[in-house]
Design a protein around this ligand. Structure first.
Ligand code: BES
Ligand code: ZN
Ligand code: ZN
Length: 473
């Protein structure tokens, strides 16, 4: 989407978006804009309210913000306008930027407007959103410098839209190879290197735990490695994202909720989206990211409960439950990343456990780390933009949950308690005691219900969080 500044609205014909901070209900002073006067009886800027006024030349949409508004609410407000008022956007739309808006508020407005173009009907004959028309130019009216923040907002939304697509498209389209190709294309466009190991290369490399999960699937697994190396990089960050393109549970087949399991690559999709955004924003940090991608399926070749498998780290693993597959592919992803790239900070994102959903519902991700400073910085990065996370313990008293009689470790305690914690303890076992590792269990926040569709869909949780975190290290 292109943008253009307008100096005056006098000759503007089209739709004008006017954000308004709340005055008060019984105000005798009406809200005035460009000769249009709105009585407080019908609109006084309260949060989530809008007022539409039409004249021959212009349609004015007054948008209530409340007394003050956080980043996420502001972004959602503008996403709502773009998504739900699209019949009002003819050829021209102009957004008015209030003088008191900060750079991050300007970013949220443009980001939200772009995100509002998303349409879940990927396989339906639907009309293109007016903002996506080739010659569309979003105009703005502002006393302040807006362009840089607006463009940043678009880049964020662009990466989040890509992640929406990857998660919401069905698993017969988004296969491991689809993810690898997406990464290669994005790498070429935005400037990072991508290699993907197929089954043969992964076998030669010794990614045994990763390969065990993909054994029962006809889809070729792909172990995707991405490297972004800008000049004068300040620090080296490693990312790992769970890329299970569909989780049937394997032979421990799921008896509930399987239809939603196309979202089981949302951690991987967040890492892919973040990688695009980091490169697009040209952040001065080296980032190495790994997305082990495969399908957990049911077949004669599937791995079995009670199998003992090997792993890249050299630790043997007893399989108690084939539905605890995410931690197996992450174990190889983490061990491969840490051994070969030695990043200073490592963060993994995964739709790992139902337990994380049971603990925090759909509002907050579960955070695990032994590093307090890292915990604080991640939480702050999330709070700023409305992607919440809260820490759970990694105490060693939970270690017995993953101790096996026959192997070095087992993939499930067999008990229906503390599931997110024991999964995190399992991952920790494969991090070689990395001093700055964090795990984000995003099972509750990656895919959810909201006002924008009738079915659960992607949230792109993590894309902006990780980028914001890296930017403020
Ligand atoms: N992919 C699931 C976790 C999940 C649950 C993701 C809900 C998104 C929404 C994971 O692979 C899984 O099946 N976890 C099991 C582990 C158990 C068998 C040890 C769980 O949490 O029930
Ligand atoms: Zn599973
Ligand atoms: Zn899973």
């Amino acid at each position: 989407m292109n943008i253009k500044k307008v100096e005056s609205l006098d000759n503007f014909l089209g739709t004008v978006l006017i954000p308004v901070f709340e005055t008060y209900k019984k105000s005798i002073i009406p809200i005035e804009f460009n000769g249009v006067s709105v009585s407080s009886k019908v609109f006084y800027g309260s949060k989530d309210s809008i007022f539409i006024s039409d004249s021959k030349e212009r349609t004015y949409i007054f948008i209530g913000l409340g007394k003050d508004i956080d980043y996420k609410s502001l972004k959602t407000t503008f996403r709502r306008i773009a998504a739900k008022q699209k019949e009002l956007f003819g050829l021209k739309t102009c957004v008015v930027i209030p003088e008191q808006f900060s750079n991050s508020q300007i970013e949220a407005v443009f980001s939200g407007l772009y995100l509002g173009t998303y349409n879940l009907g990927h396989f339906k004959k639907t009309e293109l959103h007016p903002f996506l028309a080739k010659d569309f130019v979003l105009e703005y009216f502002s006393q302040n410098e807006v362009e840089e923040s607006a463009k940043r907002g678009f880049k964020i939304a662009n990466a989040q839209l890509e992640t929406f697509h990857l998660v919401d498209l069905p698993p017969n389209k988004v296969t491991p190879e689809y993810l690898a190709n997406w990464a290669k294309n994005s790498g070429e466009k935005y400037g990072f290197e991508v290699t993907a190991f197929d089954r043969k290369k992964a076998t030669q490399t010794g990614l045994h735990a990763f390969l065990a999960v993909g054994k029962g699937s006809a889809a070729e697994p792909q172990f995707i490695v991405m490297e972004y190396k800008p000049e004068n990089a300040k620090k080296h960050i490693g990312l790992v994202g769970k890329g299970i393109t569909f989780d049937t549970g394997g032979l421990n087949i799921k008896t509930a909720g399987m239809v939603q399991m196309k979202c089981d690559m949302a951690g991987g999709a967040a890492v892919l989206g973040a990688m695009q955004l980091i490169a697009d924003l040209k952040l001065p940090y080296q980032v190495t990211a790994i997305v082990p991608a495969c399908e957990n399926s049911v077949d004669a070749h599937s791995f079995l409960p009670s199998d003992v498998i090997q792993s890249y780290a050299g630790h043997s693993i007893e399989i108690i439950d084939t539905d605890a597959e995410g931690r197996l592919i992450l174990a190889d992803g983490l061990a491969y990343l840490i051994k070969n790239y030695k990043p200073e900070i490592v963060v993994d994102l995964a739709t790992l456990t139902g337990s994380a959903v049971g603990t925090f519902g759909y509002e907050c991700a579960a955070l695990f780390t032994n590093n307090d400073a890292l915990s604080q910085r991640l939480q702050q990065a999330g709070t700023e933009i409305g992607e919440l996370l809260w820490q759970l313990p990694l105490w060693d008293c939970y270690k017995s949950d993953i101790e096996s009689e026959i192997a070095d470790v087992k993939n499930y305690s067999g008990k229906p308690v503390a599931g997110a914690i024991s999964a995190a303890k399992f991952l920790e076992f494969f991090t070689d005691s990395h001093p700055s590792w964090a795990h984000l269990d995003i099972a509750g926040v990656a895919f959810g219900d909201d006002e924008f569709a009738k079915t659960k869909h992607a949230t792109a949780y993590g894309v902006h969080l990780i980028t914001n975190f890296i930017q403020h290290i």
